[in-house]
Design a protein around this ligand. Structure first.
Ligand SMILES: CC(C)(COP(=O)(O)OP(=O)(O)OC[C@H]1O[C@@H](n2cnc3c(N)ncnc32)[C@H](O)[C@@H]1OP(=O)(O)O)[C@@H](O)C(=O)NCCC(=O)NCCS
Length: 301
């Protein structure tokens, strides 16, 4: 049973089974929504967005923002007016997903994250709170990017990569002093199974080879060979990873801890697996909350 409230604004008719539209959400025409989806209050979804099954979109998320060119940047963004969100994804509160983005199944986008045009993100990824991923960047499968890290434009990140908090990747050696030229402005290429410690800086155009480790606070100014650990500023090889504690820890899989063994431990998977009663309760609570908010605004309470 799909549920909506008088306070939700839903133009599209392409809606699956068991979808919850919360109050104050705005869903434009030609949005395609799968089955068992929860859309929380104040979510805005523009035309051309396709949402898979069992997706939960938290309050205030905006899907379908148009990138704009501006005097401040020479780059004129090109993009298709389309977004694809895979099954079992979770889109965090106040996150912004620009047009021309594709996100694979089971991927989690954290609170306040911002994903720019022409970004492709694989399956089972975690893009944590406050992460910014700039234009035309690829992120492989099972990769985690932790809180407040910045992934620059024209960057490539492989599978099973771990990028810790506050990591900065960069793409312009001229630091904005020259006109934008996409042949010159290139982000790093980060290979499969690379781990990058907190607060590291990765300079433009470097390649970090498969399985390499970048120590916390390093400044990586040159290519790093596969399997090496680098540290310092500028980063130098300090050891071979075969001698590191912990071994190949990327063999563990975070989603295997999910008691339902599909998707995330909370959200639509849990709610809809608990049957229509819980889904009804969620709708009831969001409806009454919105009525209270409206009464407060109009001075009735
Ligand atoms: C790089 C790292 C993994 C090395 O761990 P390790 O294999 O146990 O290495 P050790 O602690 O034995 O250190 C080896 C040498 O490198 C030095 N070193 C370690 N980390 C360093 C760093 N971040 N910067 C500069 N030097 C560093 C050590 O002082 C030591 O030097 P020494 O041989 O002169 O005594 C670890 O220090 C690190 O930076 N981890 C990142 C932590 C992090 O950001 N986690 C994210 C969680 S969200």
């Amino acid at each position: 049973m799909t549920s909506t409230t008088p306070l939700s604004y839903v133009e599209t008719t392409q809606v699956g089974e068991n979808v919850i539209f919360s109050p104050f959400c705005v869903i434009k025409s030609e949005v395609t929504i799968g089955n068992h989806v929860i859309i929380h209050p104040q979510v805005v979804i523009e035309s051309g967005v396709i949402i898979g099954d069992y997706v939960e979109i938290f309050p205030g998320a905006y899907l379908g923002k148009e990138p704009k060119g501006a005097g401040a940047i020479a780059r004129q963004p090109e993009f298709n007016k389309k977004i694809v969100i895979g099954d079992y994804c979770s889109i965090g509160p106040h996150s912004t997903i620009y047009y021309d983005v594709m996100i694979g199944h089971h991927t989690l986008i954290g609170d306040n994250a911002s994903i720019r045009e022409k970004v492709r993100i694989g399956e089972y990824c975690i893009i944590s709170r406050g992460v910014t991923i700039n234009y035309n960047t690829r992120v492989g499968n099972r990769t985690k990017i932790m809180d407040l890290s910045h992934i620059t434009g024209n960057c490539e990140i492989g599978d099973d990569v771990f990028i810790s908090v506050l990591v900065a990747t960069t793409n312009d050696r001229a630091i904005g002093r020259l006109e934008y030229d996409e042949n010159r402005v290139q982000g790093p290429v980060i290979g499969n199974k690379v781990s990058i410690g907190a607060h590291a800086n990765i300079l433009p155009n470097v390649t970090i080879g498969e399985g390499a480790i970048v120590a916390a606070s390093s400044v990586v100014s040159k290519d790093v060979a596969a399997g090496k650990m680098v540290a310092g500023s500028p980063a130098r090889v300090i050891k071979d990873i075969s001698t590191m504690r912990g071994g190949n820890y990327m063999n563990w899989r975070w989603w295997k801890r999910n008691p339902l063994e599909k998707g995330h431990a909370s959200g639509p998977t849990l709610i809809f697996s608990q049957g229509p009663e819980l889904a009804k309760t969620v709708t009831f609570v969001t409806t009454h909350l919105s009525k209270m908010m409206l009464s407060l605004e109009t001075g009735l309470l």
